[in-house]
Design a protein around this ligand. Structure first.
Ligand code: COA
Length: 166
């Protein structure tokens, strides 16, 4: 029990339907993880992560939703509410799209719906942590009304913490 309503499993926007990750998402999810450039992820690796995320969704009521394009049911990436560097009361929003899906406003469209849904669970502050060089992500957050709060440092450099409140 978290004291918050669960994030709806299905959300809809003008161009997208957002639903939980399922096992058949593993091939494109492996592609997305590999596109980070930090190593190669197999379909089995992706399947393991999807199974772990299903547990998160079940036990915490938050977690990831896949962006599926209405017109062709194509999976484009995910948007999530996760504990991340935050807490269950004040979690983080996260999003990652396949490179081929960048530049069409999909992240903003999905994240806006997910953020609204996160506030509708009863939460009043949502965080995002971003590397300062990640201009596209910072722009998405700006469009969603996030404001810079503070900066921390880890082994990989600076992390910008932004917050949205309602
Ligand atoms: C961040 C990410 C999800 C954005 O997805 P997207 O669907 O292309 O985002 P949107 O189209 O909704 O918005 C991107 C905005 O950034 C802007 N942008 C893109 N590249 C930019 C750059 N190099 N510098 C400044 N702004 C840039 C776009 O013009 C757009 O703003 P606009 O609507 O004012 O024109 C995508 O780039 C991604 O998956 N990146 C890799 C994973 C990642 O970094 N995730 C976030 C971790 S914190």
């Amino acid at each position: 029990m978290t004291g918050f309503a669960p994030l709806p499993l299905r959300l809809e926007t003008e161009r997208l339907v957002l639903t939980p990750e399922v096992e058949s998402d593993a091939p494109w999810f492996a592609e997305l993880l590999t596109a980070r450039g930090t190593g190669t992820f197999t379909v089995d690796d992706a399947r393991e992560r999807i199974a772990a995320m299903a547990v998160v969704v079940e036990t915490t009521g938050i977690g990831a939703r896949v962006l599926r394009r209405r017109e062709d049911d194509q999976a484009l990436g995910y948007c999530a509410i996760i504990v991340g560097r935050g807490t269950l009361d004040e979690p983080e929003i996260a999003y990652e799209l396949l490179p081929s899906a960048h530049g069409h406003g999909y992240a903003t469209e999905a994240a806006r719906a997910v953020l609204d849904a996160a506030f509708a669970t009863g939460r009043t502050r949502i965080w995002s942590t971003v590397r300062p060089w990640n201009a596209p992500s910072l722009r998405v957050l700006d469009k969603l009304g996030f404001r810079r709060d503070h900066v921390t440092v880890d082994d990989a450099g600076e992390i910008v913490w932004l917050a949205a409140s309602r």
